[in-house]
Design a binder for this molecule. Structure first.
Ligand code: ADP
Ligand code: MG
Length: 254
């Protein structure tokens, strides 16, 4: 895996006096699955949000498929991308959050189909067909007509994953996708994510599910205090952590 698709170089971000990211760099190859671990408050969510410009980094560069995210570099300096251009870039990067973020007043099918019409300009019929197909692949064929409130948390999160997948993104960023679920529903979402990884989806997954990281991640990254303290294969970082803070964290979550 040598084809970098998503590259963050030296990302700094502060909120007021609070420095949250202090020079975070990460290069993700096409098809790679990165598990991002770290204690609460270490800057994981802020980092993911900087990757698709939901937060604007104070400094540092993010590129997706070789294109600067959020800004355009010209001979005369940097310009912020116009909103439609930023929307186009963001549609190349899927986001799955802890709290599903589905539209509550429409069906599962419509949750998947609506962005296909708005972002990909598909017709009603095409968007509907693709949504039904992807929900079927996620094991939700019988639930497409239901609204989010009629679905379990695990099913809702799988709809959210289907919505991200439907847009055929370059990568999907997951921010603690199972943290809001009842324990018995965690596995169905992790299974869906494992299947995506097997299909070759490029993924960054913020998670406390160490078993999932061990089985699925090509690389495990440990972050604390706004910096990456340690990274390597799952065996290196999870079975044989070198940094005392990685060890202390793993002792708490496993
Ligand atoms: P993590 O996801 O690792 O738990 P976050 O990136 O959510 O960490 O938060 C890192 C730190 O940044 C926390 O101290 C949090 O309170 C702070 N923070 C995050 N977003 C904001 C914001 N929009 N304004 C002010 N502080 C923020
Ligand atoms: Mg977070």
């Amino acid at each position: 895996m040598t084809d970098p698709i998503l590259v963050a170089d030296g990302i700094w971000k502060s909120f007021g006096n609070l420095a949250v990211l202090k020079g975070v760099s990460m290069s993700v190859s096409r098809g790679e699955v990165v598990a991002l671990l770290g204690p609460s408050g270490s800057g994981k969510s802020t980092f993911l949000r900087c990757l698709d410009f939901l937060e604007q980094p104070d400094s540092g560069v993010v590129t997706l498929n070789g294109e600067r995210v959020g800004v355009i570099e010209t001979a005369r300096g940097l310009y912020e991308r116009k909103s439609h251009d930023l929307a186009r870039q963001r549609s190349r990067l899927g986001m799955v959050f802890q709290r599903f973020n589905l539209f509550g007043h429409v069906s599962a099918i419509e949750n998947v189909a609506m962005p296909l019409r708005l972002v990909k300009d598909l017709s009603h019929a095409e968007a509907h067909e693709r949504a039904v197909g992807i929900l079927g692949r996620m094991g939700l064929a019988d639930h497409g007509h239901k609204r989010p409130s009629q679905l379990s948390g695990g099913q809702q999160q799988r709809v959210a994953i289907a919505r991200a997948v439907a847009l055929n993104p370059d990568a999907i960023l997951f921010d603690e996708p199972t943290s809001a679920l009842d324990p018995e529903l965690v596995h169905e979402v992790l299974d869906t994510m494992s299947a995506l990884a097997k299909d070759g989806m490029t993924m960054i997954v913020v998670t406390h599910e160490i078993g999932f990281a061990k089985q699925v991640a090509d690389r495990v990254v440990f972050m604390d205090g706004g910096v990456i303290l340690e990274q390597g294969t799952a065996v290196e970082v999870l079975d044989n952590p070198q940094n005392p803070r990685t060890r202390a964290f793993l002792a708490k979550v496993t």
